[in-house]
Design a protein around this ligand. Structure first.
Ligand code: SF4
Length: 201
């Protein structure tokens, strides 16, 4: 008969011990564990322990509000992520609107004409920090096939981009993948791109 192994849930099981827990538990000088240690172990097994930084990063990644900046064909794919099929509300992102108010994620989808560069940068500057940027599609990332004087050759010329989503157009699944990767970066403690690389003023 298989014997179920007891799951390690107490800090003491992982080697984190108080002075009292270091007392010998076997032999003639055995002193513990006492009732206090047992109660402490039970308490630890019921609590989730973390750091303030990790808790803040978790909250930020679970309540990221997008400011959508749809500029061309990619925007049609971006719009689909609010539908029931993709359901971006699962990530706490149902406030999906074209406004920098309370937004902390700018999704740039489509080619950025030079004419739109200034308004885009203004929207970015109006967003409060911390803030992140996703360049959705080949055009937003590098101008794609539009290697000409009318189109900005990549939105990272004017804002700091955290995630590039490849494709022409990327499907909504690809954008969702980019969003999940961004959440992972935030939870891992990676600073926003503007802190790492800065942006042109
Ligand atoms: S990447 Fe393709 S689909 Fe997206 S805006 Fe450019 S041309 Fe359109």
């Amino acid at each position: 008969m298989a014997i179920a192994r007891k799951k390690k849930t107490r800090l003491a099981d992982y080697g984190l011990q108080t002075e009292r827990l270091l007392w010998p538990t076997k032999g003639p000088n055995a002193k513990g564990p006492g009732v206090f240690e047992q109660e402490l172990g039970d308490l630890e097994s019921r609590l989730g322990l973390t750091t303030l930084e990790k808790a803040v990063a978790w909250a930020q990644s679970k309540s990221m509000w997008p400011d959508t900046f749809g500029l061309a064909c990619c925007a049609i794919e971006m719009m689909a992520i609010v539908s029931s099929r993709y359901d971006i509300a699962r990530f706490g992102m149902e406030a999906f609107r074209s406004s920098p108010r309370q937004a902390d994620l700018l999704i740039v989808s489509g080619r950025v004409a030079h004419k739109m560069a200034a308004p885009l940068r203004q929207i970015y500057d109006q967003m409060l920090e911390p803030k992140w940027v996703i360049a959705m599609g080949a055009c937003a990332s590098s101008a794609g096939m539009f290697n000409n004087y009318a189109v900005l050759q990549g939105v990272d010329k004017i804002v700091a981009v955290d995630i590039y989503v490849p494709g022409c157009p990327p499907r909504p699944e690809a954008l969702m993948e980019g969003i999940v990767r961004l959440h992972e970066k935030v939870q891992a403690g990676v600073p926003p791109a503007y802190e790492l690389r800065g942006v042109a003023s």
